[in-house]
Design a protein around this ligand. Structure first.
Ligand SMILES: Nc1ncnc2c1ncn2[C@@H]1O[C@H](COP(=O)(O)OP(=O)(O)OP(=O)(O)O)[C@@H](O)[C@H]1O
Length: 261
């Protein structure tokens, strides 16, 4: 059974008006257990709309979102949050600046839990956090008492990632999560991402404008165009694909693409 299935997802903004925009045009996509799919596509291709439809932030006009056989199309965002983790572009969004690394981990752990179940930081928790932070390979396990605003952007975004996946989600959504970082920091976060995805065997959907990342990471590339999947590359072909190959599939609007050299 696929972990994620998007069936004929359709979303039109300003329907019937002169500025009508077709964001999703009968989009179909399946992700199997442990798949790491990198989603690319021109501006306006529907990448964010697709992630928003999965997370519940965007209500579809028609079509279905199914997670592990459970049709979640009508479920609100907070009810989907147990299944779906999401990391956004802005490293400041996922963490609380004035709190320590350990306090942030605790916040993430208690998110959505009943208020009666709120014990504080104890030895068991700290050891669990240390173990999970060590997974990133950034030494954050030794900085549990450091305030988050003293961390580098890369450490902070990697912490957001660990916080997001703490509840063992079925699906991880990475929403251009390295786009706001300089290239070196982006590589640090990507390495930490791969380590976490591998260690936790997460099924992952990563949106990026970075073609080199689409080549280097994941086992599938999914190219969206005009609200549909235009191209899917997997298996052997994925391991051989190059940046020029991918760019060759963009018909138009490549002007704002970040072409990594
Ligand atoms: N909230 C909205 N209101 C109106 N139109 C929208 C809204 N969100 C998206 N759209 C339109 O839907 C289409 C798909 O947009 P979407 O943001 O999903 O594309 P994208 O592939 O994520 O683009 P980008 O790479 O620029 O982030 C575009 O034409 C966009 O203008």
């Amino acid at each position: 059974m696929p972990v994620l299935e998007i069936r004929a997802a359709r979303k039109i903004f300003y329907k019937g008006q002169p500025d009508e925009k077709i964001a999703l045009n009968g989009l179909n996509l399946k992700l199997g257990n442990g798949d790491f799919a990198v989603v690319i596509g021109s501006n306006g291709a529907g990448k964010s709309s697709m992630l928003n439809a999965i997370s519940g932030a965007l209500k579809l006009d028609s079509g279905n979102i199914v997670i592990n056989g459970d049709d979640i199309t009508e479920k609100p965002v907070h009810k989907r949050a147990v299944h779906i983790a999401r990391v956004f572009q802005d490293p400041m969004l996922g963490t609380a600046s004035s709190m320590t690394v350990a306090e942030n981990m605790l916040l993430a752990e208690l998110r959505g839990k009943p208020h009666t179940l709120r014990p504080g930081l104890n030895a068991r928790r700290l050891s669990d956090y240390r173990e999970r932070l060590a997974m990133l390979g950034l030494g954050l396990e030794d900085r549990l008492n450091t305030r988050v605003d003293l961390l580098s952007g890369g450490q902070r975004q990697s912490l957001s990632l660990v916080m997001a996946v703490g509840g063992s989600p079925d699906l991880l959504l990475l929403d251009e999560h390295t786009a706001a970082l300089d290239p070196r920091t982006a590589e640090i976060v990507m390495n930490a991402t791969v380590r976490a995805v591998d260690a936790l065997k997460l099924t992952t959907l990563m949106v990026t404008h970075n073609m080199q990342h689409a080549v280097d990471y994941g086992n599938r590339v999914v190219m969206l165009d005009a609200g549909q999947v235009r191209l899917e590359i997997g298996g052997e072909e994925k391991s051989r694909v190059t940046v020029p190959d991918l760019i060759g599939h963009f018909s138009t609007k490549t002007d704002r693409m970040m072409l990594a050299s």
